[in-house]
Design a binder for this molecule. Structure first.
Ligand SMILES: Cc1ncc(COP(=O)(O)O)c(C=O)c1O
Length: 389
C-alpha cells in the first residue's frame, strides 16, 4: 500500500470507529456506570473522574440491584407493600423509635417533620448554616407558613444557653416558637458531630420551654460511628429524626423519618399531600433494606480515608484543613487567598479528573464515600499538590 492509501484507510477506520462510539454513547456510559459499581476492579476506572463532590453520587451495589429486581411489592398507599412495610419496621427499630416513614428524600423528610410538628405562623429555631435553612428552598416557609429564627452554632452545635437566648418569651408581638431543628452530622460545618450529651442538653432545654426537637440526621450513622455509640442512644432525646438511605449508605433513593406512632401517622398524611405516597415503592425499599443491613458498618472506611486525605492535605502550604472539624467523611479545605480561590482550585482539580464542590469563595469541600477509594484519594492529593505548586 502506498503511504497515501494507508493514511486514507486509517482515516476511514477512525471515522467508522467514531461513528460506532457515538451511536453507542448511551450503552458505553451505561457500561462505565456499571463498572463503577465494581470500583477498583475495572480498567475503566481510569476513564472516570474521582468524584468527591458529595456522597449523594454513590451508586447502588449489586446486592441492591438484585434485591430491587426481586422485591415483593404492592400498593403502599393501601399499606400493601410488604417490602416497604418491612423497611419501615426495621428502620424504626434501628433508631429506637416507635414508627418510621419512607420518604422520597432528605428534603422531603425534613419538610414533613416541620409540617407535622408545627402550625402556620410558628417560629422554628435552626442553626444558621443548617441544611434545612440553607439548602431546602425555603420549603418550611413556602409550604409550612413558619418563620425560621437562626442561632449561630459552634461547629454546627447549638448550646442550651444559645437556645435560651433566642427564645424571647411570651409577648403579643412574637410568633410562637414550637420546634428546634438540629443537624447531626452538620454538613456545612464539615461533617461535625453533636455528642450524645450535647443532644440531651439541647433537647432537655427545648422540651422545658415547650418545644419539640427534630434531628436532620441525613448522616446520623456517620455521627454514631465517630462517637462509638449506638445510633439509638444518640437520637433518643429527640422527638423525630430523618436519616438518608442514599448518600453514604448507597441506596439509589429514599430517606426515613422516625418518631412516635402518633407523629408518624400524622406525617404519613403530610407526605401524601406532598405527593410522596408512592405505590409499588418496595423496589426502592428493597435497596434501603440492603443499605441498613450491609452499608452502615463500612462507613468506617470512609472516615479512615478522610483522615488520610486530611493528613496529606495538611502538608500542602496553599490549603489549610481544620483537622479538629474533620470528624467523619467530609473534608473542608481553605484556599490561601494569596494563591487564589475555590473556583481556581476546582477548575484545576477538574482538569486533573478530580471533582469537588465549593463551600464559599475560599473553601472547597471533599466528601468521601463508597465509590472513591485510596487511588482516588491519592489522585486528589497529587492534583492539589501539582495545582498549587
Ligand atoms: C444534612 C443534610 N440534610 C438533608 C439533606 C437533603 O437530602 P436530599 O438530597 O435527599 O434531599 C442533605 C443533602 O445533602 C444534607 O446534607
Amino acid at each position: 500500500m502506498t503511504h497515501v492509501t494507508e493514511i486514507i484507510v486509517q482515516v476511514k477506520f477512525s471515522e467508522k470507529l467514531l461513528r460506532w462510539i457515538t451511536s453507542r454513547e448511551s450503552s458505553i456510559s451505561a457500561l462505565i456506570s456499571f463498572a463503577k459499581t465494581r470500583k477498583g476492579d475495572s480498567p475503566l476506572d481510569k476513564l472516570e473522574n474521582s468524584d468527591f463532590r458529595s456522597d449523594t453520587v454513590t451508586l447502588p451495589t449489586e446486592a441492591m440491584r438484585r434485591a430491587m429486581a426481586e422485591a415483593v411489592v404492592g400498593d403502599d398507599v393501601y399499606g400493601e407493600d410488604p417490602t416497604l412495610t418491612r423497611l419501615e419496621i426495621e428502620a424504626a427499630d434501628k433508631v429506637g423509635k416507635e414508627a418510621a416513614l419512607f420518604v422520597t428524600s432528605g428534603t422531603q423528610g425534613n419538610l414533613v417533620a416541620v409540617l407535622t410538628h408545627t402550625d402556620k405562623g410558628d417560629e422554628v429555631l435552626l442553626e444558621a448554616e443548617s441544611h434545612v435553612y440553607y439548602y431546602e428552598v425555603g420549603g418550611m416557609s413556602a409550604l409550612g407558613g413558619v418563620i425560621p429564627r437562626l442561632i449561630q452554632g459552634d461547629a454546627g452545635v447549638i448550646t442550651p444557653e444559645a437556645l435560651r437566648e433566642a427564645l424571647r418569651g411570651e409577648n403579643i408581638h412574637f410568633p410562637k416558637p414550637s420546634l428546634v431543628c438540629i443537624e447531626n452530622t452538620h454538613n456545612r460545618a464539615g461533617g461535625t458531630v453533636w455528642q450524645t450529651e450535647q443532644v440531651e442538653a439541647l433537647a432537655q432545654s427545648a422540651h422545658a420551654s415547650g418545644l419539640t426537637v427534630h434531628m436532620d440526621g441525613a448522616r446520623v450513622f456517620n455521627a454514631a460511628l465517630a462517637l462509638g455509640v449506638d445510633v439509638k442512644e444518640l437520637v433518643a432525646p429527640v422527638d423525630s429524626v430523618m436519616f438518608c438511605l442514599s448518600k453514604g449508605l448507597g441506596a439509589p433513593v429514599g430517606s426515613i423519618l422516625a418518631g412516635s406512632r402518633e407523629f408518624i401517622a400524622e406525617a404519613r398524611k403530610w407526605r401524601k399531600m406532598l405527593g410522596g405516597g408512592m405505590r409499588q415503592a418496595g423496589v426502592l425499599a428493597a435497596a434501603g433494606l440492603v443499605a441498613l443491613h450491609e452499608m452502615v458498618g463500612r462507613l468506617a472506611d470512609d472516615h479512615a480515608l478522610a483522615q488520610w486525605i486530611g493528613r496529606e492535605l495538611a502538608d500542602i502550604p496553599q490549603v489549610k484543613v481544620n483537622r479538629e472539624r474533620l470528624q467523619t467523611n467530609i473534608i473542608l479545605a481553605e484556599v490561601n487567598p494569596e494563591w487564589g480561590d475555590s473556583a481556581k482550585l476546582l477548575q484545576g482539580l477538574k482538569d486533573e479528573g478530580v471533582l469537588a464542590n465549593a463551600f464559599g469563595s475560599q473553601t472547597v469541600r471533599f466528601v468521601v464515600h463508597k465509590d472513591v477509594g485510596k487511588a482516588d484519594a491519592e489522585r486528589l492529593v497529587a492534583a492539589v499538590r501539582k495545582i498549587t505548586r
